[in-house]
Design a protein around this ligand. Structure first.
Ligand code: SF4
Length: 502
């Protein structure tokens, strides 16, 4: 295991919790997993880990698992040939972490691994369980000893105490007890297993690797389970399909098997994946994310056009929406804010003196585009509003005569409990301020958000059906589709009393 400094992140943006990647039956499985995790780096930058399986499948008697985990980025942890040589085998599972539960400590870095009577099991989880505290209390009473502070460890103990005999039956038994959002990839001696929660809140896709030159098709074409299609692209795998909500996919030497142990319920995929989290080159639930963002921008222009000279994105996440807005509004699209991609580790723990410069470390205004112009600034969300205020100030200082902000999501009025790190409700600007008040605080001439119906229209729906919304949109509506058991039973706020030394 390695311990590296953490990269900086934007405290005024929601953060995706995790990315998962698993591969079955491929040469260099750990290297493919490292590549996949690299493509999923946007889903978590705090820590990363890979567990590989040597001699599994039909050679089950010789099965051995190998693990390497570290804090920091994938490239920092998996570029050393010695590390990769220590992860042999034709199957592997990996994880990128952005912590929403449990502190950042190596014991929380996934995949979590445990030995059972049926063999080894490594589990990588994207999402957040909403009854983890309640389950942990029950498990501790039954004698389970928790080693980490992450909610994902609950899966391991539920599998351990299950009375079923096979790993798949035990997993199903565990999944029937948890509430919340999960996309899981688990590696066992005999199989790679993927599972998605019954509402399919977080994404999970199945892909197939091409046969390698000189290998027979059957021997060479391994399988991949991962969070996004961009991770399939980087390893040259072909997108097969989305894992369905509530589906368990078992990949072994016989091929792929699908199990649907839950009754059918309508999908509530996270709408924020389209707006912000997923990578723009990914295909999410059948829709290219880039296209979805452009359509949201176009809808925003139809809803809240304003006389202006130029449309400017807040990079990077506002870029496709700004392009859609500009095309629909018939306005020029220009890069009026330049993002510095090399805000390095120097500023991980900035001094107060540096910190007050804030956003300037990351963004700078392009005076040539902004001076003397009426500017439409397009961003994907306003969380606390602190970054937006600084960006607007910077744009005005560069000579913009008017600044109109357009946001490609509805106001973020509620926190997420399904795997996205958002501040508590009292810190969300839109939770306690109306749009005009927010405009005054941010310092813009006008502010508009896409409407709920407009967002749904951009995603190919007639509008938001309040009785049966097609997506999870709880952070914009407060309509939480999965019970928030731990929030309602607020007696214990943390999963462990032991906290890592700084
Ligand atoms: Fe996504 Fe918001 Fe639902 Fe969380 S609450 S899963 S961010 S839509």
């Amino acid at each position: 295991m390695t311990h590296r400094p953490l990269p900086p992140h934007d405290e005024d943006k929601p953060h995706e919790e995790c990315g998962v990647f698993g591969v079955w039956d491929a040469a260099d499985a750990a290297a493919l997993t490292a590549l996949g995790l690299h493509a999923l780096q946007h889903r978590g930058q705090e820590a990363t880990g890979i567990v590989s399986l040597e001699g599994g499948g039909q050679e089950v008697r010789n099965a051995r698992f190998h693990a390497h985990k570290g804090l920091g980025l994938v490239g920092d942890n998996f570029s050393d040939p010695k590390v990769m040589a220590g992860l042999p085998g034709r199957a592997a599972v990996g994880h990128n972490r952005y912590a929403t539960t449990g502190e950042t400590a190596l014991r929380n870095v996934q995949p979590l691994y445990a030995d059972f009577e049926f063999g080894g099991l490594a589990v990588a989880h994207n999402g957040n369980l909403t009854n983890a505290h309640a389950l942990k209390r029950m498990l501790v009473r039954r004698g389970c000893l928790f080693q980490s502070t992450t909610d994902s460890e609950v899966f391991i103990h539920l599998i351990a105490i299950s009375l079923y005999s096979t790993v798949v039956d035990r997993l199903i038994d565990a999944l029937k007890q948890v509430q919340g959002a999960y996309s899981l990839v688990a590696l066992h001696n005999h199989a790679l297993i993927g599972a998605r929660d019954p509402l399919g809140v977080r994404p999970l896709v199945l892909g197939r690797l091409p046969a390698r030159e000189g290998e027979a098709q059957a021997a060479g074409s391994g399988w991949v389970l991962t969070s996004e299609t961009c991770a399939l692209d980087i390893v040259g795998a072909e997108f097969v399909r989305d894992v369905e909500p509530g589906e368990i996919v078992v990949v072994d030497d016989q091929g792929v098997r699908s199990i649907k142990p839950f009754g059918r319920s309508p999908s509530r995929f996270c709408i924020f994946e389209y707006i912000y989290f997923a990578r723009p080159d990914s295909l999410v639930e059948g829709m290219p994310v880039y296209e979805a963002r452009k359509r949201i921008g176009a809808e925003l222009a139809r809803e809240s056009a304003v006389p202006a000279d130029v449309v400017v994105p807040v990079p990077d996440s506002g870029v496709p929406a700004a392009m859609g807005y500009a095309q629909e509004a018939g306005l020029p699209y220009e890069l009026g804010i330049i993002r510095n991609h090399y805000v390095g580790r120097t500023f991980i723990e900035p001094t107060d003196q540096i910190r007050h410069l804030g956003v300037k470390l990351k963004h700078s205004a392009n005076r040539a585009v902004l001076a003397g112009r009426r500017v439409v600034l397009v961003d994907d969300s306003i969380v606390r509003g602190t970054t937006s205020r600084k960006i607007v100030e910077m744009v005005r200082q560069a000579g913009a005569t008017e600044v109109h902000m357009r946001i490609s999501s509805p106001p973020t009025t509620h926190s997420c409990f399904y795997g996205i790190d958002t501040p508590e409700r009292s810190k969300l600007l839109a939770a306690s301020h109306g749009v005009e008040e927010m405009a005054r605080i941010i310092g813009v001439d006008s502010l508009a958000f896409i409407s709920h119906d407009g967002l749904y229209r951009a995603l190919g729906r007639p509008g938001r059906d309040a009785a049966r919304p097609a997506f999870c949109d709880a952070c914009f509506t407060g309509d939480y589709p999965i019970p928030l058991t731990d929030q309602q039973d607020n007696s214990e706020r943390q999963l462990s009393l032991l906290h890592a030394a700084p």
